[in-house]
Design a protein around this ligand. Sequence first.
Ligand SMILES: [Zn+2]
Length: 687
Amino acid sequence: MQKCSEFKPRFRGAYSDMHCCNHPAVPLDKLDASEQVVAYKSTGIDNVAAVWAKDHWGYSYYPTKVGVPHPKLRGDYTGEMVRLLHKEGIQAYGYFSLGFDNIGVITHPEWGAIDKLGRPIRVMLGPDKLRWYWVCFATPYRNYVIAHIKEIARRYDFDGLFIDINEAHHAEGFCYCDSCRKQIHSIYGVDIMKEDLPWEQIVDWWWNKLELQMMKEIRNAIKSIKPDMSVSANADSFLFGKEFMNLLDYTFRDFLYFETGFEQAMQLRSSGVKYYQVGFHSVPETYDPMPIDITRTVISGILAQGGLPAMYFEAEKADGSFETQNFPRLAKVFKEITQKREYLVEADAIRCLGLYFSWYSMHRPGHCHHLSNGLTGALRGATNCFVPAHVPLDIITSYNVTSQLLSEYDLIVLPECTNLSEREARQIREFVHKGGKLIATGQTGLFDDKWKQRTNFALADVFGLDFTDVDETYAINRTGAWIRCSSHEMFGEFQGNSLKTGPRTIKVKPIAGETIATFELPCLVETYDEFVCWGPPPPGRKTKRPALHLHKFGQGHCLYIAYDIFLHADKGCWWPKSLSVNILQWLLPGVPISVKGHKGLKCSFMRQPAQNRIVVHMINSTSIDLKSMCIPLGPTSICINSQYFPIKEAKEVFPRKRFLPLEKHGETMIVHTDVTDVHHIIVLDLY
Ligand SMILES: [Zn+2]
């Protein structure tokens, strides 16, 4: 047996999403591996992230003895792809659809996921649009999968196997099949047809018994045959637990939570899996190509965050041939990546500002499909508020957090982290006490990890406040209150302004610290007959209720905001974005490194320890903002605190190669440059 696989990262991926039905209109008579490999090679692709071994219909694209060969198949498409790709030096990753299998459910109805009324569960694209059948991992389908995976691992020298649709906890609801009923009854003593399974046991069943065990068995099956074949899944730490993510040699996601590659790759980085591939499927639309600069911006954003871009497309025609009209455009973009490669490998993100993703808050009762939970919106809102600050920014996943990891950050933001365990609260308290800065919002810490409501915030001593109540009196108005800003310098241009909030606010009682903004309440509660004008009723009553409260705790500072400001930002409110940058500048006057430049810029800050250098990526996102070509953003400065990073030399390495002068202002070193193109890479060599 050889050692466990070592994933070798490549930056020019392609992901062809090919699920061909067996319909007379889809003859597949021109499905040709050599045609596809020629197309990939001419585009500059260096890894094919999905070579078809089993699709959503349940069909295999090779003469399988375990599974179902596609009825239209002639020969061994899968094997030809692996052989030809490897001949061209292109990595080949096998694709296996785990969670959908139409043929499987039709021929073995007992394998299907079943709803409470006994109907097979299908994936819903919309109220009147259904797609494939979900299978249930509690059934003998599981054994079928393992035999199938083993056959694939034996037959083909894939560089890795990518497992898609891994969720046992799907959006369409819980499975009530006979296997689930029997097994749940024997483990938990509950008949799910008659009574509800307690939430903790649902979590245990779905995630620990079904999803996790399935992935463990798949990994073991692959590694028992090909120890060097890497294992991956379509997964991230928002939806999959620590043990699941630890089973992956690399991970993959498309744009599930964010609109652009920059943020989506940053989110995937928080998974704790070293390599993460981001499929940018919204960009290279085969029949509706976007302006090339948008594609360049998306790919550059993924690279800037240490991600591996993979072009996701549906380019298969009914006869199986490829529609390659969009490939030459992509070839131009992929060509650029070669010049950037040496600045991308073995790079770690510099830590400064961390947005805390709270696993327990996402996985709450009544929110079985977690994407519907407001937490995703709050986290996305916080991300979009702090990206324009141009400081090192991370999302940190709570289950990967240790006291040591927290201590590497200067500021932690808890965007509506409703559920915090005692351990998490202790770690965060310790972080602030030792000098860390904290921003917390709304109901953060009002529930524990078992979803039990606390009578007070878990971090009340850190906030300098006691919890009193959630105020929903004016929720019907949509604007529940206004924040009345004081003349505190943190408010900058908003000093003395009233700024609208969302529907509900939090009532708190100060224990220590300084209230720097109070709530102003609406003049009335809107009813069917009582309203003021077109919009929400205007402010009518000033209060002393704290809206923003500052508290010095130990060596650190905490700012508590008494409503869900980041979810509000995500829903389109303007002011939180500007105020967040002000708050950050006030709380962190001496950041280790930052960029002063246009708000249309997105910056990441990576460190390459082997070269003893910092790599600053500057992404000009105007093409995405304007939905057109990128426009130059003009003069930009990188400010480096020389106490953190002693800079020897600065140079631009992409798109131009030139040395940049260093300017010294006290402890701050400044590097002036200008952003004209989509992606600028500045290298700062350290002493
Ligand atoms: Zn089931």
